[in-house]
Design a binder for this molecule. Structure first.
Ligand code: ADE
Length: 225
């Protein structure tokens, strides 16, 4: 898979992709992440990528020309399955959407800033608009990192223990059950006996029950309640 991220702040995105699972995925050749500085596509001598909004009002708007040049250059080199715009008024990111996107070959993610992009960018280029939650971030970069992380970890071979992505919270509309490691007893707080029983049938039943209980308590909406 190849992910191209268009941003005015590439430095905000270097560290999330330079460590741990996301770095290993790239080192193994399972994903390529390319950061594109939108300012490189500005024809303006000050390298501006935004302008005042028509009709007046506070806040700058990201101009269409540099975004169009960047997307068109990428499109000349390969075809893209989705061109995603990170925006608080987009479709809310859920596990199912990450699963779907992890099956794609090439995607572009455009990070918004200021008052957002000229509406014609959305009309002419964007195929999907995604929000990571009902709150406003200073820009789309952190949202793009969240989206990319949620996608990349689902690509086969990225996680060492392949089953662990399948047992994540949300994969089957259930939250994960509690987990424990040593010591067995921490200041009188003990690990549940069943987990020490060695009886895998009982352990599986315990985990299913706890996952259901936790979901019912914390996220009844996932159970359709
Ligand atoms: N840009 C600013 N806030 C955002 C959000 N919540 N999701 C996606 N992109 C954003």
């Amino acid at each position: 898979m190849r992910i191209d991220i268009i941003t005015v702040l590439p430095e905000l995105l270097t560290s999330p992709f330079a460590a741990s699972i996301l770095k290993r995925a790239q080192d193994k050749g399972l994903v390529e992440v390319h950061l594109h500085n939108l300012r490189d596509y500005s024809t303006n001598k000050h390298k501006n990528v935004d302008d005042y909004q028509y009709g007046g009002g506070a806040g700058m708007v990201m101009s269409i020309e540099p975004i169009a040049s960047c997307i068109e250059k990428l499109h000349d080199e390969r075809s893209y399955d989705e061109i995603i715009y990170m925006t608080p008024d987009g479709e809310i990111l859920e596990q199912g959407l990450s699963n779907q996107l992890s099956l794609l070959e090439n995607i572009i993610i455009l990070c918004g800033h200021y008052k957002g992009v000229d509406e014609r960018v959305r009309e002419l280029f964007i195929t999907r608009e995604i929000s990571i939650g009902s709150y406003v971030l200073s820009g789309g970069e952190l949202a793009a990192a969240v989206l990319a992380d949620s996608i990349i970890r689902l690509i086969p071979g990225v996680l060492n223990d392949e089953t662990s992505a399948l047992t994540d919270s949300f994969q089957d509309n259930l939250l994960s059950p509690p987990v424990y490691t040593r010591p067995r007893d921490f200041r009188g707080h003990k690990v549940p006996d069943v987990l020490l029983s060695g009886n895998f049938k009982l352990i599986e039943a315990y985990r299913e029950e706890e996952a259901y209980k936790r979901t019912k308590e914390r996220r009844p909406d996932l159970l359709g309640e």
